[in-house]
Design a protein around this ligand. Structure first.
Ligand code: ATP
Ligand code: MG
Length: 388
């Protein structure tokens, strides 16, 4: 009898005609995730199985698989031969000795001689006979014995179910460019987009030496945490100092934040066009700050033209975003107190209802702006992001 981990996958998207495409990606992502763990993988219809691993690695494998988008849930269990006696023996070992229980049977192997109700009934009766302090409760049992008869000639028995990350396999929805600050929101935005299958790379604007090397390092670490879920992330660091200085030197204080947002987006769009990203992604949430009113979003968005700017957090409260950041594991890093380039140059009274005409007029005040944007793009630093 072997220890096994069952992986359940998103059956809804498996119904379509792109099934093979999605499954191949998920299989590849699972193999990559478990590349450094000794184990065997079996990929069957709608259900995958990990076996032949060291017992001490069980938790590690479950934790790793919980970060793979496309996995809906997981169970650690035991495998035996698919005949009644073997299943009964294993069920007796797996069951508790007191309390209420139910038996669930899932019979993918239709050649198994007993029907699901017959097998469930037979196992239930055997357990009741074995342990006098057990009773059956179909509706609210203390524990469940799940029996899975698979096409591979094995029977699996498991009790607990761990949630998976859900979503779609990363790589199934193209590749986007995440605007990654050191804050709480943008890492969550990246996570949510990757959850729907989009591979991401990240672009960070820094204002060194106004912002410190620690601030850059923090962003690299954030990207590393995201990488647990999103697959390989290429992180671009962009030097925004000259543009920040120009904005502060030439533009009206009320418009500096709005103009800065527009110029960040302009540079991001340039990179997306050059390297073929299908969209930009940011962490804006409607009304959160002055630069995230609908008027601010409108004038910023105008820069992107037909390139979509995804804002997965648009309808979330800060507390919801914070909860998500905690769950993902980015929160602790995000709240480290390093200045980012927005906070360094923050004006006292940013405009909340900017107009496009005024933004354009403010930007015309900056001499050689196109050249400055070009410099940002020509001097991008590509940072190696190690996994954590
Ligand atoms: P975050 O917590 O993600 O920093 P925020 O609430 O601080 O968000 P803003 O500072 O207004 O909001 O930024 C809005 C979005 O613009 C961010 O979520 C991010 O996508 C992008 N952004 C802001 N600053 C930077 C930066 N320095 N580099 C890259 N993108 C940035
Ligand atoms: Mg920020």
């Amino acid at each position: 009898m072997d220890n096994v981990i069952l992986i359940r996958i998103g059956e809804l998207w498996l119904k379509g005609k792109n099934r093979v495409f999605f499954e191949n990606l998920l299989v590849k992502n699972i193999k990559e995730k478990l590349a450094d763990v000794e184990c065997k993988l079996y990929f069957g219809r709608n259900r995958y199985v990990v076996s032949d691993y060291a017992a001490a690695d069980e938790n590690i494998i479950v934790k790793k698989l919980q970060t793979v988008f496309g996995v809906t849930s997981l169970s650690a269990g035991r495998k035996t031969r698919a005949d009644f006696e073997s299943i009964r023996t294993l069920a007796e070992q797996c069951a508790k000795t007191e309390g209420s229980f139910r038996v669930n049977v899932n019979r993918a192997d239709k050649t198994f001689p007993l029907s699901s109700p017959e097998l469930a009934g037979g196992l239930g009766a055997a357990l009741l006979q074995r342990h006098k302090n057990l009773r059956v409760d179909l509706h609210n049992p203390d524990f469940v014995i799940n029996v899975d008869i698979r096409e591979d000639g094995g029977a699996y028995i498991f009790s607990d179910r761990y949630p998976g990350a859900g979503g779609m396999p990363v790589g199934s929805a193209g590749r986007g460019l995440l605007l990654l600050s050191g804050g709480i929101d943008s890492p969550v935005a990246g996570y949510m987009t990757a959850k729907r299958g989009m591979a991401i790379d990240a672009l960070h604007f820094h204002s060194y030496p106004y912002t410190s090397a620690d601030a850059k390092e923090k962003v690299r670490k954030l990207a590393a945490v995201l990488q647990n879920y999103c697959g390989r992330i290429r992180l671009y660091n962009a030097a925004f100092t000259k543009i920040q200085e120009a904005i502060n030197g030439f533009c009206d204080g009320a418009y500096t934040v709005t103009v800065m947002r527009r110029l960040m987006l302009r540079a991001a769009k340039g990179l997306a066009e050059k390297n073929g990203y299908s969209c930009l992604i940011n962490g804006e949430s409607l009304g959160q700050v002055a630069s995230q009113t609908i008027q601010s979003i409108t004038v910023t968005n105008a820069v992107a033209g037909v390139l979509p700017v995804l804002r997965p957090l648009i309808g979330m409260d800060k507390s919801e975003i914070t909860d998500a950041a905690r769950k993902i594991g980015t929160y602790g890093l995000s709240v480290l107190p390093f200045e980012d380039c927005c906070t360094v140059f923050l004006p006292k009274n940013p405009v909340t209802k900017p107009t496009l005409a005024r933004c354009e007029a403010e930007e015309r005040k900056i001499p050689g702006l196109d050249g400055l944007i070009g410099d940002v793009l020509n001097n991008l630093e590509v940072v190696k992001v190690d996994s954590v």
